[in-house]
Design a protein around this ligand. Structure first.
Ligand SMILES: C[S@@+](CC[C@H](N)C(=O)[O-])C[C@H]1O[C@@H](n2cnc3c(N)ncnc32)[C@H](O)[C@@H]1O
Length: 326
């Protein structure tokens, strides 16, 4: 179907090389798939901010409520009097963590904030904003993939580490990938270090599905934007009008999945590689996995952590869980 995937040299830039290789590999699989981490170019960052403002998209508001109203509960689990590095994986615009940062700065806590993000665009916006609104904050931004940058962050100092992984980003991993990821996190940390992870909880299936299928069609645009990014950065020729967003949620497994459906038989060329799509064939774009609280505690136990504290929003739709490395 597609010719000579590996011979395609996209550019000398490593990040773009990886993007190209991942896209060509993903579209060579059956079913075809694309990786969600590539959603976040400049336009993707903007669309994600619009998604967060959609009335149906509850996860941001739930976690924001936790960070705004239960800041002391979150911070008290972290403060021991010992200086620490506060490392945030996939920080984005740090809207939620900013409450925690302000709380810690106001109490003259000794810490350095290290946001990690694959999007250099969002990271430089974040840096500019934090330098203005929190001039006393010790800040070190790291652009790149979660674990690669966590390795860099842990090499920078021997201070205690507290890792934030918010926004239910962990839900963008299949459950077995989440287990492997938590084990990888554990390997990079020391006993006594903490992680604070945001999980979206199982709830009425319709509420969940609607959150990823908003009536204004922003989530659809967000998914289609990745095809536009491929056209622009990898010399592709997707006709985006010939693909449609489709969302599913399976309450049995907790998997909420996004797809793009091909509306006709068509061929797409990316950097001289040809991909045939049948009408109604899907590209699997993203999972947003939902958890029961018991499943989260089991995940901690299985991966070398001890569950310390679960903090919920008032509706108990979302939980930020604090785990200690054992
Ligand atoms: C869904 S947003 C959440 C942002 C923020 N944590 C929040 O809760 O609002 C995901 C963020 O993670 C970043 N991201 C996604 N995959 C990543 C990866 N593999 N490594 C580093 N950053 C990643 C994206 O660029 C984006 O800014």
């Amino acid at each position: 179907m597609n010719a000579n995937v590996l011979s395609c040299h996209i550019t000398t830039d490593t990040v773009a090389d990886t993007f190209g290789a991942d896209v060509l590999n993903g579209l060579s699989q059956l079913p075809k798939r694309l990786h969600a981490k590539y959603f976040y170019d400049k336009e993707g960052d903007k669309l994600f901010q619009e998604i967060m403002a959609c009335p149906e998209y509850y996860p941001t508001r739930c976690e924001l409520e936790i960070f705004r109203d239960k800041t002391a509960e979150l911070a008290n689990a972290m403060i021991t009097g010992e200086a620490f590095d506060l490392i945030e994986l996939g920080a984005g615009d740090a809207t939620k963590s900013q409450y925690l940062l302000q709380y810690l700065v106001d109490r003259h806590t000794a810490f350095t904030y290290m946001p990690i993000d694959i999007s250099g665009n969002i990271l430089s916006e974040l840096q500019n904003r934090l330098e203005t609104v929190m001039p006393d904050l010790s800040l070190h931004c790291l652009e790149g993939d979660y674990l690669e940058m966590l390795d860099k962050a842990t090499a920078l100092s021997s201070r205690r580490k507290i890792v934030l992984f918010l926004g239910a980003n962990i839900g963008n991993m299949e459950p077995r990938e989440a287990v492997a990821f938590c084990r990888s996190l554990r390997e990079r940390l020391q006993p006594g270090d903490l992680v604070l992870i945001g999980f979206d909880l199982k709830k009425h299936p319709r509420i969940i599905r609607n959150a990823y299928d908003d009536s204004a069609g922003i989530t659809a645009k967000f998914n289609l934007n990745l095809l536009k990014r491929i056209n622009r950065e990898l010399n592709g020729n997707f006709v985006t009008e010939q693909f449609e967003h489709y969302q599913s949620y399976d309450p049995m497994t907790g998997a909420c999945k996004s797809y793009l459906v091909s509306l006709c038989d068509q061929q797409v060329t990316i950097c001289k590689n040809h991909f045939n799509f049948r009408r109604d064939e899907v590209i699997y774009m993203e999972v947003s996995q939902k958890y029961a609280i018991e499943e989260i505690t089991t995940l901690a136990d299985k991966t070398g952590f001890r569950s310390v504290q679960n903090t919920y929003d008032t509706r108990r739709w979302f939980a930020d869980v604090c785990w200690e490395v054992v």
